[in-house]
Design a protein around this ligand. Sequence first.
Ligand SMILES: C[S@@+](CC[C@H](N)C(=O)[O-])C[C@H]1O[C@@H](n2cnc3c(N)ncnc32)[C@H](O)[C@@H]1O
Length: 221
Amino acid sequence: MQRIPEPELMDDEAQAQAYAEADFAEPNSHFAALYDEFIGPLAEGAAVLDLGCGPGDIMLRIAAAHPEIEIHGLDGSGAMLAFGRAALATQPELAGRVSFIQGLVPDALLPRARYDAVISNSLLHHLHHPETLWRTVRARARPGAPVLVMDLMRPADEATAQALVDQYAADEPEVLRRDFYNSLLAAFEPDEVRQQLALAGLGRLEVMAVSDRHMLVRGRV
Ligand SMILES: C[S@@+](CC[C@H](N)C(=O)[O-])C[C@H]1O[C@@H](n2cnc3c(N)ncnc32)[C@H](O)[C@@H]1O
């Protein structure tokens, strides 16, 4: 099946609200567990960059589990970031270590030139030019820094995409089911991502399937 790109930013208020209120506990705790497995504790004061952080549930989970780090989340959608800032306000113990920054991959202004780790979940499939993610990873991760990127994998056909929506989002609002379906059609296949990485000079990063709908890119810059 050919890739069908979707809009990059999720800046529609209803769309951002449905996403922020959806139950992503399983995939988000899976990402946090992968962070523990592949990145783990960093040095005191280390800075982590989350590209396309959305409403920040993953960042907040990782910040709570890793008191040694600060974490900066970048997203182009003000609507998404508003949900992230509201969630942060309910966890005052994380204030000062978590920041939400509005800006676009690849040109955003960030507080640090280089980061001690770079993470991203479900951004890649939104990008019309996927190389902008890998260029940002190269530019912003300090040499040797760990990278952890998870994204959807494009299924073989539309019927499989619909079956995944029915299996994993049966009780979600229609706006979220439609976004999930469109995202599956916009996603890349693991071999396409391997090609993107090779072209970006990141061919040492590994790409692997980690569920029936997710792939993981991991390694060191
Ligand atoms: C599916 S959400 C994922 C949010 C979060 N990482 C998560 O796992 O819950 C994708 C996010 O990427 C953001 N986004 C898309 N293109 C972007 C770009 N070029 N620069 C910054 N953010 C972008 C969207 O606004 C959206 O919030």
